[in-house]
Design a protein around this ligand. Structure first.
Ligand SMILES: [Zn+2]
Ligand SMILES: [Zn+2]
Length: 387
């Protein structure tokens, strides 16, 4: 049983709270350009509650030393300044200085703050098919998974998903697979995503500059993809797909368009305790939203009416678009648009699902392309399934 705050009676559940997190970030353990502790300190100071470092095809384990090249000198200086004393371990090898990368056990022990900041172990399983990059995050992974390969885009993704779920099953630990950046390298089409089993999550917004969230003239953006996949899946009685916001940060020393920076997108998860299991449990229930800046006070769905309450900022305007599918030939049609901080939509029984996208008038501080404004994405709701 969960620990109950003293301010609540014994029968009252603890109050809901929104936990802010980023599930996709890289460090020196793969192709990120900073030390894990420095990256995590940024997120902690920026008010995040949880972060998963998800390096490519590796966990932060074992002994790993990296050379301090000319380009890394300033990064090392910042690292030493932030973590003084004997925390940083360096050695000279011939004419080169090397620094030991701290393991997940080490950096999470240093950075975790009970009930305030949590580091979650993750891996970006980075596979491919026919020259297409096929990446799958595994959040709360315990043992490294090597890319599984396969005979098609869907097969490669499914085999990696199956490997994640098999580990979760055998170790009895919740581990969450999610498909990364489908339009990176134009690798994953909506039809590739439809047949996946045991896969409920993809990135509706990824902050890396090469991922084409918006699609192009001939290829759908992630939101259109999302509605198509859910339409096909739900008609066939399949599993709903939820949309995540992530940074996919690689670059920590300069903030500008063209770099993969921190703070572009995140998720807000309604969970009572800051631990991997309740966070993953809430995600699986769809009790979260994705954001690139807009904060929501509340999201409620009673089985037919979806209500979105925005934590409005002074001088910023908001428009909420309700999107759903009523006919399989018209996936993701606009069902209604409501301006202002309170928005609701009542289903009439014809919708397969309804979701909402909130668009603000506020420019993103550091967008991944010109002209982006702060947004939020409310998850698809299915008729008769309150949340
Ligand atoms: Zn990737
Ligand atoms: Zn990545």
């Amino acid at each position: 049983m969960a620990v109950i705050p003293v301010s609540c009676g014994p029968d009252d559940p603890p109050p809901d709270r929104w936990l802010k997190g980023n599930l996709h970030t890289h460090s020196f353990w793969s192709d990120g350009d900073d030390f894990p502790e420095s990256i995590l300190s940024w997120y902690r100071e920026a008010g995040y509650d949880f972060v998963a470092l998800s390096d490519h095809n590796t966990l932060a384990e074992g002994e790993r030393w990296i050379p301090v090249t000319e380009a890394r000198l300033a990064t090392l200086e910042k690292y030493v300044a932030r973590f003084p004393g004997d925390w940083v371990e360096a050695r000279a090898v011939n004419d080169t200085i090397e620094v030991r990368l701290k393991t997940f056990e080490e950096y999470s022990s240093l950075l975790n703050v009970p009930d305030s900041f949590l580091v979650i172990q993750a891996e970006e399983i980075s596979d491919g098919f026919d020259g297409k990059p096929l990446h799958l995050n595994a959040t709360n992974i315990v043992e490294r998974i090597t890319p599984q390969g396969g005979s098609s885009v869907t097969d490669v993704l499914q085999r990696n998903i199956d490997a994640v779920l098999a580990q979760a099953e055998s170790l009895r630990v919740p581990i969450l697979p999610h498909v990364n950046h489908p339009n990176f390298g134009w690798a994953v089409t909506p039809d590739d995503l439809v047949p996946l089993e045991g896969e409920h999550f993809f990135e509706v917004y990824n902050g890396h500059p090469a991922v084409h969230n918006e699609g192009d003239d001939g290829r759908p953006g992630t939101e259109a993809m999302w509605d198509y996949v859910n339409t096909q899946r739900l008609i066939a009685g399949g599993e709903v797909l939820y949309g995540l916001g992530v940074d996919d940060a690689h670059h920590y020393h300069e903030q500008r368009i063209g770099l993969a920076n921190t703070g572009r997108a995140w998720i807000m998860v309604r969970a009572r305790t800051l631990e991997p299991s309740p966070i993953i449990g809430a995600l699986l229930l769809g009790d979260f939203y994705a954001s690139s800046g807009v904060t929501l006070k509340d999201v409620r769905f009673d089985g037919s009416t979806l209500k979105v309450s925005i934590d409005a900022e002074e001088g910023v305007t908001y428009s909420t678009t309700f999107i759903g599918t009523r006919s399989p030939t018209n996936p993701g049609e606009v069902l209604g648009v409501v301006d202002g901080p309170e928005a609701s939509y009542q289903m009439d029984g014809s919708e397969l699902f309804v979701r909402a996208t909130v668009i603000s008038s506020k420019p993103m501080a550091n967008p991944y392309r010109d002209g982006e404004v702060e947004m939020a994405w409310v998850q698809p709701m299915l008729p008769g399934s309150p949340r």
